[in-house]
Design a protein around this ligand. Structure first.
Ligand code: KIV
Length: 289
């Protein structure tokens, strides 16, 4: 190696990517900014417990979201609205404990930040101090800009969430696609620019037309994370129970199901019950003498 050729460490730094490049520490907002510059796409999954989060961490998912979708996907509520700060702190702490490498982002639940930037700060601090998360997410574009600004000034990395914001389910009257029509599209662009301007390190675009999500992605310097936003966002997020086939009943059109865990688990439970009923379990090898 001569003086001008890069050392192996420099080589590794130059080629390090989110997948496989970062192995001995957690992913940071700087890694995600670098990924945007390189055009490297990344994935995010929700997680609500240590065990599942550990599986995703080992699989190399760089960012895990303790979403308030825990309300309907983990805690048995109809919507995300009833989820409390105490529940988010408990779930987030478990996800942090179960992982080594992923950046953990936790949702500020409904009612925990809308009152004022000071309320947002108080609750973001709880998620960072009590649960140990690396970033928080909150819903809203222009309307949340002041809170994002205060959090970022105080050293809290913020992921914004615009488009379909599930905490407003009752105001929307369901979960309709957002950003359709000129005025709505312009508002979405204004929202995206407002959260970037306020210092958010990334923004989730939920249920917006693919062409609009592509336009936002092109105009922003921070990464966009799509869910129902077509193929051109910088990253993609799915709710893990949808992605793995754990959700009962219909899933949204934008979900791709990569496994059928609900059937696998149900079959395992039925086989166990059958073995117990028939006396096949426990066998000699499962017993102490
Ligand atoms: O709560 C959640 O899981 C989310 C994702 C849908 C982005 O906000």
């Amino acid at each position: 190696m001569n003086a001008s050729s890069p050392s192996p460490a420099q080589n590794q730094a130059a080629t390090a990517t989110l997948y496989g490049g970062v192995t001995n520490r957690r992913i940071t907002v700087r890694d995600l900014a670098t990924a945007k510059q390189r055009g490297e796409k990344w994935s995010m999954l929700t997680a609500y417990d240590a065990l599942t989060a550990g599986v995703f961490d080992e699989a190399g998912i760089p960012v895990l979201l303790v979403g308030d979708s825990a309300g309907n996907c983990h805690l048995g509520y109809e919507t995300t609205v009833p989820v409390t700060m105490d529940q988010m702190v408990m779930l987030s702490a478990a996800v942090v404990r179960g992982t080594k490498r992923a950046m953990i982002v936790a949702d500020l639940p409904f009612g925990s930040y809308q009152e004022s930037p000071a309320q947002a700060m108080r609750n973001a601090a709880r998620l960072m101090k009590e649960a140990g998360v690396g970033a928080v997410k909150l819903e809203g574009g222009e309307r949340s800009a002041r809170s994002i600004e205060l959090l970022v000034e105080a050293g809290v990395p913020v992921m914004a969430h615009i488009g379909l914001t599930p905490q407003s389910v009752h105001a929307f009257g369901g979960y309709p696609v957002q950003g359709r029509g000129d005025e709505a599209a312009h508002q979405l662009l204004r929202d995206a620019k407002a959260v970037q301007q306020s210092g958010a390190f990334a923004v989730v675009l939920e249920a917006v037309p693919a062409e609009l999500a592509a336009q936002v992605t092109e105009q922003l310097t921070i990464p966009t994370v799509g869910i129902g936003g077509g193929p051109d966002t910088d990253a993609q997020v799915l709710v893990w129970t949808d992605m793995a086939g754990m959700t009962a009943g219909r899933v949204p059109k934008f979900v791709k199901q990569y496994a059928d865990l609900r059937t696998v688990l149900g079959d395992a439970a039925r086989a166990f019950a059958e073995d117990v009923r028939g006396g096949a379990f426990p066998a000699a090898e499962h017993s102490f003498h």
